[in-house]
Each structure stands twice: as C-alpha cells, then as structure tokens.
Design a protein around this ligand. Sequence first.
Ligand code: 26Q
Length: 807
Amino acid sequence: MEETQLKNEIRNSIEHKLSRHYGISVEEASRNQMYKTCARIVRDLLLEKRAKYHEEMKKKQNKKIYYLCMEFLIGRSLKNNIYNLGLDNELQEVLSDWNFQLEDLYEEEPDAGLGNGGLGRLASCFMDSLATLGYPAMGFSICYEYGLFKQKIVDGWQMELPDIWLPGGEVWLKKRTDLTFPVKFEGELKEVWTENGLRIDYNNCNEVEAVAYDMMISGADSDDVAVLRLWKAQDIKNFDMNSFSNGDYNRAMMENTSAELICKVLYPSDNHAEGKTLRIRQEYFLVSASIQNIIHDHLRKYGTLNNFSEKVAIHINDTHPAMCIPELMRIFMDEYQYTWNDAYKMVIDSVTYTNHTVLAEALEKWPEVLIKQQLPRIYEILKELNEQFCQQLWNQYPGDWDRIERMAIISNGQIRMANLSVIGSSHVNGVSKLHSDILKNDVFHDFYQNTPWKFTNVTNGIAHRRWLCQANPELTKLLDECIGDEYKKDASKLAHFRKYHDNLDVLQRLDNIKLNNKIRFSNLMKNKGVTIDPYSMFVVQAKRLHEYKRQLLNVLRIISLYLDLKENPNMHVVPQTFLFAAKAAPGYFAAKEVIKLINHLSVEIEKDPVLRQNIRVVFLENYCVTMAETLMPAAEVSEQISLAGKEASGTGNMKMMINGALTMGTMDGANVEIFDAVGKDNIFIFGMNADEVERRLKSGYAASFYYQNNPKIRRVLDCLRKGFNGESFESIYRYLLVGEYGMGDPYMCLADFDDYLKVHDQLSETYHNRNKWNTMSLYNIAGAERFAADRSVQDYASQIWGIEPLK
Ligand code: 26Q
C-alpha cells in the first residue's frame, strides 16, 4: 500500500475508534485512550490477517502444532506487534501530528505476566518464532485474572500485591462466544452398556464451561499469525436457578465462584510443585478444554480421527498439562469408540514432552486420592495405563521389582506426572545439552535404557527480535551497518559480526552503546527514586530467587569486597553496581530472607559516602518482562552462578549475551553451550562442574571445613551474624554452616566461593582493558547466533513435531 494512503487509513481508524469507544475526538483523547485505540486497531488488523492465513491452512492441510502450557509470560504486546507488522514509522508520523509519541503509548500497557519465569517466557518466545517462521501453530493456556504478583519491598522484606492486568490488557483479547467446552470434575461414574458399546455416565459432577479468549501474535514480516487461546471458566448455567428458586441463595452463588476460582490466579511457585486441589483443577481445566477443542477442529477439517496423529502434534511444556494423555484416551474411547490399543497408539504418536527441571521438589506428584475424587474417569484410565505398563515391564524385566517400582506411574499412593509424560509421549527432550544428558543418565535413566529413541535435546532460545532488535535499537543499528539486516530473520547471520573483532571504530561504538543503555536504565530508575551511577560497571543477576541459583553466593562475595574496602578504603577497585532483580515465591521463607539481606546490605553501604563511590547494591523491585527489556541491554556482567547440574538451561544468560554482556558463570545449563560458542577467552567460568558436584556430594560436603580453613569465608560469615543496618542474619549464617543435616547448605555455596572471587578478580582486571573487553563483548553478540528461538523452534519442528511451514 502506498505510504500516504496507509497513513490516511490509520488516521481514519483512530478517529473512528475513539469516537466509537469513547465518543471523543483526538483532541480530547488521553494517552491511555490513545494506547487502547492503537491496540484495537492492531488487533483488528491481526484478526483479518489471521482469517486469511486460516483459509490458507484449511487448503493446505499441513500438520499443526498445539503448544500446551500453564504459563505464558507475555509482557507487553503493542510494541512487538507494531514492530512485526512494520507499522512503526507510519503510525508514529500520524501520532506526531497530534502530539502523541508511540514510546509514551507503550508505557500505558500493563505487562501480561501470566507466568513465573523461564518456562513461561520460553513459551512466549516460541509463539513469536512459530508465527515468524510460518508454522501452523496454536498456544493454549489459562486466562488468569491475576498474573504473577506485584512485588513491593517494605523494610527490606518482600510483600505481594495482586497483579491486576486486565484493565488495559483486555484490548488484546477477543472473546469467542462461539467456542465453549464443558469440563467435568468430581461426581460418580456409571457404566451403561448400549448397543454401541460401553457408555460412561457422570452423576452429580461439577461442570464448568471453558470460554475461549484469543490473543493474536503476529509473525515478523510474515503472513502467519499465531493464536494464543486463553481459557476462562464460567459456571455452566451461569446461575443455578434450581438452588436459587429453592431459596438456597448461598449455594447458587457458591457454584458460580467455584467455577471462577479456577482462573483467578497463577500459582506463584517456580521450580516447586505445590500439591493443591485448585492446581489440579486448573491443570485439568486447561487440558480438557484444549483437547476437546483440538479434536473438534480436527473433525471439522477432516471428518475423521483416523489421521489424527498425522495432522496433530500436541506439545506439553513440562508435566503441567500431562493429563492430556488420559484425557485423549478418554475422548477417543468413551466418545469415539476407539479400542484401548488404537487410542493408546494415537496418543503416543501425537504427544511430545519437554522437561524443564531436575529438582526433586519441582517434579509433580499428585496424591491418588485427590485425582480419584476430582477426576474419577481420568483416575480409572491412569490406573489402567499403569497396570498395562507395569505388566509390559514385568515381561521385559522379570523379577526386577525395584526397576518396575521406579518406572511405574502410580506408586506409594502418588501419581508421578513425569513418568506418565515419558510413557505417554513419542519424544522427551531437555532444554540444553547438559540437561538432556542428565535426563538420560540420571532422572529418566531407566526409561532411557528402555526406550532410548525417545530422548532428544533442543537447546532453548530467545526471541531475538524482541530481546535485541526492539530492546536495543542502537546496537541493532550498528549491526545493520556492519552485517546488513538479514540476521533479523536468520539469526545465524549474526556470526558475521565476528569479522569486526579488531575494528577499533566498531569496538568504540560498542562501548558507547553500552554506556548509553546504562544511562537510559539509570534514568528510568531515577524516576523511581533509585540512584545508580551509569559510569560504574553493571553486574547483573536477574532471575527468580531460588537457593539453587545461589544469589547468596553473589552476596557473600559482595560482603567480602565490602569488608576489604572498610579495612582499606584506599584499595583500588573497579567502581561497580550490583543489580539484583528477583521475585521469591510468597511462601518460600529462605528466599525472602535473601531478599532482605540484599536490601539491608544495600542500605548499609549507602550510608557510607566513601564506600558507595566504589560499590553499590541495588535491589530492583518488581522484576518483570518490561523491566528486563531495559535491563538486559545495560548489563555488562551476567551472573549465572547456579550449582552445576541444577539449572536446566537458563535464558537470561542468552538475553544478556546477545546484548554484549560477558558471562560470569558455572558450567551449568546453557552456560556450557555459551562457553562452546565464544571459547574460553570470552567468558569467565568458575567452580565445580556437574561431575565434580556429584562426586563432592558423594564424598560429603562439610561447610565447617571452609569456615575453619578460609579466613575470608570466616570473616564474611561472622559478619552475617553481626548483620547490616541493624539486622542480624544469624539464620543465613546457620543455613550456610549447618543447614538441615548439619553439613551446610545443599547448594554448597562455600565450595565455589574461593574460585568465584579469583575469577572475578580476573574479570576486573580485564574490565580496565577496554579494547579487550569490547572485543569479548563483540564475540558474545556474534556467538549468540545459535541461541535464537527461531533455531530452537526449527529444531523442534524437524526433530520432534514433524511439521513444516505453510509456504
Ligand atoms: C508445578 C506444580 C504446582 C505449582 C507450580 C508448579 C511449577 C510452576 C512453574 C513448577 C515449575 C515451574 C517453572 C519452571 C521453570 O521455569 N523452569 C525453567 O525453565 C526454563 C526454560 O526451559 C529454563 O531455562 C530454566 O533453567 C528452568 O529453571
């Protein structure tokens, strides 16, 4: 379309929509009204584009991927969609005539924070890539009324406030009143024999209705629009007229709330499985609505289910939607009269599973009694699946009870969702090379021996258009000038940037860009009352707060530095700012204590005018996707210091790397592949590797040994006892030294302490050599080429889902 014509159309739609929704003219519109108006225009464009794509899909009949996930950490959409549609220039020009700035409108949008952290953000990055690469795809999740809580720090302590995202976020949702499915909970089963075979009746069940709300996700420079379908629960009759007319007003109201409760709020625990009835109901609600929807669509398109697994790939993102395995069995058998064996084959051939964690406490295990009570038919099917699987194992490994017990779906009154997921799917993958190896050699070793062909690896990736092109426009411009803009659609082209490793002009520009991004971030924080010196080195640890991620190790080193500087105020150090951003699960006391420690240490340092010139600790309140988009481009040192073997992959490491930060990390998760990508000279690695951790755990870790033999450690731990800013941290001192079993903390912070300090000293040394630092930074940007979500999605498509782009 011609440019002026396009601009005229935009102008007219804005005026029309403002008048229709608010009855006002442009002159009267507030920023918020203008944001919503632009969002509605973009949404309508996407709906039209989607309709065209849908027609195309119907004609071509390609296999389609359905991505099931309890979390999508979406963040903001307006900027991403405008960027992907290539509308930014025209829209800005139209808005400028009315004295509006696009950047200001972006600020009006609340984050859609329907996820906890890595797993949910990965799902969102994948949607972007699926749409951009033109794969027929659809995401399914829950439309939580409240996303991940808002974090407020009060006297150093984390408080949680509800995250009210819908006023403002609702403009992206298109309610589909034509798309509803019933979901049944509880009740008693009755088997009825009919001439068509067995029929299962449900008596006294609690039925809710799932209503679809669609969010369109535009591909970048592509015809494809992916749909993210979010389910909301409503009471099936909306109102129980029966109870109501019987005078049972309370009961009538209760029914309604119990349906709505399902979608009320996202569970805020990350890497920890909470065994609550409501969570089971949420999971089954997502699964049942989505599977009914998939089957319904398939039948409409093909008229038969016989070709189901040829045309449908269903991916479960961790075990949270694993109930789709028995749910598919249920529908195939109970509603379409397939035999057990035929149904089972169709399920395995269509379902695939990604594992995201090796932590025992994060593996979902549900009490049998709960499932039996909440989902009686699903329970029957799970029992049968378990019986048959154990029978098969018994034939394969006669007498090997231990092995059969380890591999069973049901054991000790518990249903193991991970075992169910492996058994019921055709592919099982980890999210980094190291993690996939650990799955094969350890977590799922028995299964690996039994069905080795199921196990694969697909290393995670990030939406580089969001995390580089949109988040870091200056670096993007430099890249465009040096290597052209092909890398936007083909990230492997980023590798060409290596050519500039000794170009002094480019290196100097990298230095300036980083400084500008640091200034931009500092200014943003200044508005929130936080002082940051943009000329100090930015050392960033931004991720959920968890013991295994070892924020504490970072703090211990800072305390050591603080004590050095107190003893010797003239000591020369690189002026640096330690930035922490982390939410702790609300009930996770140990994690909240660490947040408190960071905040009190920060105040203590701030009180000393000499100290704070050299080091400063800043805790960034309420870390979210939008904050990450300005923080990642400002980071210089990326702290990735989990105990080796525990972080499945990490994706923040990739986001900082692609923005030119250098990694200070252990050989864990995707850090190992970052090391491979940039080489040993362009990364700072310290501490035990995963094998050494294993050996150390076997030989026995004793924290007291380090306390007694390492004066630096002793000094830091004693200082914790004394405390900061008038607060003692005796509990953390005891945690590190004694722990639950008397040997110290389970993540062995003290064992890696010395090496961590040593390698940080090397880093400081390097930081002075600007030329060297900038070269290293350049190698990291170029090496991030393989960590694009586009690459991950292509790997999934070819190795796991067996799908192809439409065109
Ligand atoms: C389970 C049951 C009940 C309540 C909550 C949960 C639950 C929720 C979220 C369990 C786990 C999670 C989230 C896990 C997660 O985010 N894992 C991260 O996944 C990233 C993407 O693959 C990896 O990069 C990280 O290493 C991994 O920690």
